[in-house]
Write a protein that binds this ligand. Structure first.
Ligand code: DAV
Length: 373
């Protein structure tokens, strides 16, 4: 099959994708950015180092099953090359006791049209994660003369990038107040974003302002993609706002599911309402808690992978979410995936687009409301 990098949104027919790998994944030691993410009562507090081999094998089995399902639907699947994540890293500005892993390519790689952009990342332990994808990038570069291989400015991630003591002894109420007030652990010292904070809808890129993406990161994206319109959205109600894909998930043109605990504020809905987009509450997750040693919330239930406007892969135990998808007119492909969750998220997290059919549409000709930078 010829290699052509091209993807403008989250829902056009998927033809080529990267599926992550769990090998060598570590729980990184605490650092300013992860302090903010790991809940005080989490079983991950105080733990770090390589994850148990048995859990790695189970996660890899489910990731392989995802790859096989995609291939059975005619999607070309590539895999990253894991490096030994259990190495300390040092830069002139910081040291970190280990790296993280390469199960969630979505966090690192942002595909916009014929470009794949590696995000700066805001966790020190994730500074070198892009290296796992270099062999694939080189391969696309050689195979597709139009492919733009890009890297956002490498951040320094010094003490200047984080607010000191931001989450020391903080109650959940206080967390919620701060996140609603757009007061996050990262400062505006330098542009920061994770790729998974960006929802691609043709000409419009909606970025979640949260723990991993700051205003400067969005400003950088706007200048980098001058033909796009970059928007800032935020979701009060989420004490750990990291990545938009368990909060606000488009299924097809005109339809988005929104986490009902993290509703998009009214003043930011205007652009969707005015352009006839429907925002519906996502179904309630089946589980009361995430699997052990997992960073993410139970709302990975809605972290689905859309194959085309009528087909979606959903985690096999999430009956409510599958039922809702069915009612919304989607064919559901169920796939067990909870063993993979602790390694970096759900089905959307575990993948990154290389090619979807379709072109850059203008879904929001009426640019109203206050989401623009
Ligand atoms: O709800 O914990 C998970 C997103 C993972 N990329 C959540 C967000």
């Amino acid at each position: 099959m010829t290699i052509k990098v091209s993807s403008w949104n989250e829902f056009d027919p998927l033809k080529h994708v990267i599926v992550g790998r769990a090998d060598h994944t570590c729980i990184p030691p605490s650092e300013p950015a992860t302090e903010a993410k790991v809940p005080d009562d989490s079983d991950m507090r105080g733990m770090w180092g390589p994850r148990p081999l048995e859990t790695v094998e189970k996660a890899n089995a489910q990731l392989d099953a995802l790859a096989a399902l995609l291939e059975s639907r005619g999607v070309l699947v590539d895999r990253p090359t894991p490096i030994q994540w259990n190495q300390a890293v040092h830069t002139p500005d910081f040291s970190a006791g280990s790296m993280f892993g390469c199960m969630p390519p979505r966090d690192v790689l942002l595909t916009v049209g014929n470009e794949i952009l590696s995000a700066p990342m805001s966790f020190r332990c994730r500074y070198f994660e892009y290296l796992a994808y270099q062999p694939l990038m080189q391969h696309y570069f050689d195979a597709d003369p139009d492919f733009r291989w890009e890297q956002a400015p490498r951040p320094r991630l010094s003490e200047d990038s984080y607010k000191p003591g931001y989450f020391d002894e903080i109650t959940t109420d206080e967390r919620l107040k701060r996140t609603a007030n757009l007061d996050f652990v990262t400062t505006e010292y330098e542009p920061l974003f994770d790729a998974a904070d960006i929802m691609r809808l043709g000409k419009d890129l909606f970025c979640q302002h949260g723990l991993t993406t700051n205003r400067r990161g969005m400003q950088w994206l706007q200048r980098h993609f001058p033909d796009h319109r970059v928007h800032s959205v935020n979701f009060p109600g989420d004490p750990y706002p990291i990545h938009i894909d368990a909060t606000f998930v488009p299924l097809r043109p005109g339809l988005i599911i929104n986490n009902p605990n993290r509703p998009l504020p009214d003043d930011q809905r205007q652009i969707f309402n005015s352009n006839d987009w429907e925002i519906v509450d996502a179904a309630t997750p089946v589980h009361n808690s995430p699997p052990p040693l997992c960073y993410s919330s139970v709302w990975l239930s809605m972290n689905c992978l859309v194959l085309d406007h009528k087909t979606v892969i959903v985690e096999a135990s999430e009956k409510n979410q599958m039922e809702q998808m069915d009612k919304l007119g989607m064919e559901v492909l169920p796939l067990p995936f909870r063993d993979a969750y602790p390694f970096g998220g759900g089905l959307h997290c575990a993948t990154a687009d290389v090619r979807r059919e379709g072109s850059c549409e203008d879904y929001f000709p009426k640019q109203v409301g206050n989401t623009r930078l």
